[in-house]
Design a protein around this ligand. Structure first.
Ligand code: C2O
Ligand code: CU
Length: 483
């Protein structure tokens, strides 16, 4: 449960440092990290040392009254320990594997050197049971990221292995309080155990393994306490295997300030779409009535709306009388802006899955139907989590701008994730996408076409795949080479 820190000061009420106050007074603050090459700082400070253990245990997902659930996790908890580092500062993370099988860790969304990306075969040898691997990188971008396995990830992520990875801005953003919600979705049996039916053909060819229990930070949530008048930064991470979410905050007007960790133009959202692996940073002014309750609703699936939690206001009246100014933009990250005039163009067709009504797979694609493949990109199915010898679909010239047109030819939603880069989201069905949005995972609706663009500035073989784990596993994956 989050703790409400009482604040007796007028806004800015919780500025323990001068820099926070001056950050507020000065409006937009710019990050000062100077990056050289692929995210290596000129003067290298001592890395921050962290340790994460992957292991097996149990956790009270359904609450203290219910039975414990057998899980796999990081650091003996669900979600795994929240890792917090400073923008541009080196970090060294020792991952020890106490699982009964191999694993790797992927630092989702962080632009890091290829050897640290955690893809088995492609970027590293998997970590065997009893062994340790040390990841070292300096995250160039501040923002909300997360970490999860990239080996047997359908099961490992589905059994609970995921944690938040927060890269803090050099100057703290002016808010009263920060919350991180790791959202997860579980398919539980009556005994509150994780249903063992991973990788079924039905899940693979349709919407993926959607569960029946949604948790916030490792437990079903009935309420989150808030205080009238406070300004909260809420970092949302959808760590589900397959569940898309569309979040509405009754009685509130959340302002989106970042998507997938990358700052965007601040804008109010009525209904926030969050596919698997996607993140959003919201600034929420707690404008409700003291003593009242307000629901947070997920109504992505029209016939299955439910409430995720309730914001419960303390009875005491607001300490802050006047309205705050609208939130300003977060400091920009050092992302290279793609040059659209000189960009190379590429096309990706997302194919396969169960056809609605027809009851069969989209046929005719090379490799589909073999090795349980249900999906393909441009007619090719790469299955699993990554392995040695994956042939890149295309080689992107290092340093060049590239535009990808992604056509979803299927009847299903796909959150498409690119490793090693963040991309501009340019258009959706030819209409410009507003708010100067960047992403590392873009949610593409059935039969929709999207255009994304990025500078291929990070050399290596990078995965591009759907983050619905069943879709990735059964073919919706490819590799882009940057060289
Ligand atoms: Cu978060 Cu290749 O994945
Ligand atoms: Cu998909």
């Amino acid at each position: 449960m989050p703790v409400v820190v009482p604040s007796k000061r007028p806004f800015p009420p919780c500025g323990p440092t001068i820099s926070r106050r001056s950050a507020l007074a000065g409006g937009v603050v710019f990050a000062t990290s100077v990056l050289v090459g692929s995210g290596i700082r000129a003067a290298v400070p001592v890395p921050k040392d962290l340790t994460v253990k992957a292991g097996v245990g149990s956790w009270a997902l359904v609450g203290p009254a219910g039975p414990l659930t057998d899980v796999w996790f990081y650091g003996g908890r669900i979600p795994g320990p929240e890792l917090r580092v400073q923008q541009g500062q080196p970090v060294r993370i020792r991952v020890h594997n106490d699982l009964p099988e191999e694993t790797t860790v992927h630092w989702h969304g962080i632009r890091l050197p290829h050897a640290m990306d955690g893809v088995p075969g492609l970027t590293q040898t998997p970590i065997k049971p009893g062994e340790t691997f040390t990841y070292e990188f300096a995250p160039p971008d501040a923002g909300t990221f997360w970490y999860h396995p990239h080996a047997d990830s359908l099961r490992q992520l589905g059994r609970g292995m995921a944690g938040a990875f927060i890269v803090e801005e050099t100057d703290p953003v002016a808010v009263d309080r920060e919350l991180v919600w790791m959202l997860a979705d579980w398919r539980l049996t009556r005994e509150a155990q994780i249903a063992p039916d991973f990788g079924s053909m039905m899940d693979a060819a349709m919407a993926g393994r959607i569960g029946n229990t949604v948790t916030i930070n490792g437990a079903i949530s009935n309420e989150i306490q808030v205080k009238a008048g406070e300004r909260v930064r809420l970092r949302l991470i959808n760590s589900a295997l397959a569940r898309m979410m569309a979040l509405r905050f009754d009685g509130h007007r959340p302002v989106v300030v970042a998507l997938d960790g990358q700052p965007c133009e601040p804008h109010v959202t009525e209904r926030l779409l969050l596919g698997p692996a996607m993140r959003a940073d919201l600034i929420i002014d707690m404008q409700g009535e003291p003593g009242h309750r307000y629901r947070v609703i997920d109504d992505f699936y029209p016939n299955l709306p439910y409430w995720l939690t309730e914001l419960v206001y303390e009875a005491s009246p607001a300490e802050r009388r006047q309205r705050l100014d609208p939130p300003t933009a977060l400091p920009r990250n050092p992302l290279p802006e793609p040059n659209l005039a000189s960009a190379e163009h590429h096309e990706l067709k997302l194919q396969g899955g169960m056809m609605s009504g027809a009851g069969m797979m989209g046929g005719g694609m090379m490799g589909m139907g073999q090795n349980g493949a249900s999906w393909a990109i441009n007619g090719m199915s790469m299955t699993g989590d990554g392995h040695a010898g994956m042939t890149p679909m295309v080689t992107l010239k290092l340093g060049r701008s590239h535009v990808f047109t992604i056509r979803n030819e299927s009847r299903w939603w796909h959150p498409m994730h690119l490793h090693g880069h963040s991309f501009r989201v340019l258009t959706r069905n030819r209409s410009p996408v507003p708010h100067h949005a960047w992403a590392d995972t873009v949610l593409i609706a059935p039969e929709e076409t999207m255009e994304i663009a990025f500078v291929a500035d990070n050399p290596g073989d990078w995965m591009l795949h759907c983050h619905v784990a069943d879709h990735q596993f059964s073919g919706m994956m490819t590799v882009l080479r940057v060289a």
